[in-house]
Design a protein around this ligand. Structure first.
Ligand SMILES: NC(=O)c1ccc[n+]([C@@H]2O[C@H](COP(=O)([O-])OP(=O)(O)OC[C@H]3O[C@@H](n4cnc5c(N)ncnc54)[C@H](O)[C@@H]3O)[C@@H](O)[C@H]2O)c1
Length: 282
């Protein structure tokens, strides 16, 4: 539960929360006492996550969701308005998590194959344009309003509203055939620091969490049905690659998000959560 004199329950929009890191993020945020609205394109998985996986919170009216295609700006604008209604017109936190998470071109293609052009467009639209469009649609519900001046909310000890982009260590490091993914994730870095400066006067902080490799098969309906666990997905190499002597968990990303939500003096930062792997010579 949310505790401590400066901590309050926030209204949080999570994109791509039907499965994977987004599902874990949604659950840990709810466990911490926040309210969550989830967007995803996968209707069946989203329904399962909202009404079965998170059933207790759903019954209590703390979580709801909407099917939204992050490649469709009109859909984004309309579903953000729906989320804002659920939150009584006040969104505190946006987490831009949804996207194409597979780093390589499909089917072993290289960039010489002209058909990767379409995949390039999908990476850029889903992983870079969508966080811009989601942020643009949420800002009117996040920025400090005239009545915040009356209530003192703009000078309260609370950390204020914030936007968190989920990037990737692939913004900095590549294996072969990751041009689309790496470029979209590197683009998010520019979006993040530019937004941090532009949105400062509105009282909105903007940061980016760059996960390292995080196994997520257990964070899905299929994972639940097959009783997949995180440990079973981890190889010896997954451990050896990390100075932390263990592989990454979805909870590591949620811990970073919970930190950033309360970190009122932190904006414009790229927080890499990769167990130190980027620092280790391969
Ligand atoms: N898992 C990792 O190792 C890892 C590492 C670095 C960065 N990341 C980043 O973390 C985020 C989550 O990754 P994940 O591993 O949980 O991936 P995932 O594929 O398990 O989940 C991504 C979610 O986004 C949704 N999505 C995809 N396209 C969409 C669209 N057009 N509209 C709406 N929803 C859409 C999917 O349906 C899915 O629920 C991604 O941004 C990914 O790039 C993941």
């Amino acid at each position: 539960m949310v505790s401590g004199k400066n901590q309050i329950s926030r209204n949080i929009v999570v994109s791509g929360g039907a499965r994977g890191i987004g599902r874990a993020l949604s659950r840990y945020l709810l466990e911490a006492g926040h309210r969550v609205y989830i967007f995803d394109i996968d209707e069946d998985e989203l329904k399962y996550t909202t009404t079965t996986h998170l059933s207790q919170y759903h019954r209590e009216g703390k979580v709801d969701s909407a099917v939204c295609n992050l490649r469709d700006v009109e859909d984004i604008r309309s579903k953000v308005a729906t989320a804002a209604k659920f939150f009584n017109q006040k969104i505190d936190v946006l987490i831009n998590n949804g996207g194409i998470a597979s780093p390589q071109w499909s089917e072993g293609k290289t960039m010489e194959d002209p058909s990767t052009y379409k995949e390039w467009q999908a990476y850029i639209e889903t992983n870079l344009t969508a966080p811009f469009a989601m942020s643009q649609a949420c800002i009117p519900y996040m920025k400090f309003r005239a009545d915040d001046g009356n209530t003192g909310a703009h000078t309260s000890p609370n950390a204020g509203p914030c936007i968190i982009h989920i990037g990737s260590f692939r913004a900095h490091q590549s294996d072969p055939n990751q041009e689309g993914y790496a470029s979209s994730k590197a683009g998010q870095l520019g979006l993040m620091h530019s937004m941090a400066i532009s949105l400062g006067p509105l009282g909105i902080r903007v940061n980016l969490i760059a996960p390292g490799r995080v196994k997520v098969a257990h964070e899905s309906r299929e994972g639940d049905e097959n009783e997949t666990d995180w440990e079973g997905q981890i190889s010896e190499k997954d451990v050896d690659d990390h100075p932390t002597n263990r592989a990454g968990r979805p909870k590591d990303i949620a811990d970073a998000a919970l930190y950033l939500i309360e970190a009122g003096f932190v904006t414009g930062q790229d927080i890499t959560v990769d167990g130190g792997a980027l620092r280790k010579k391969r």
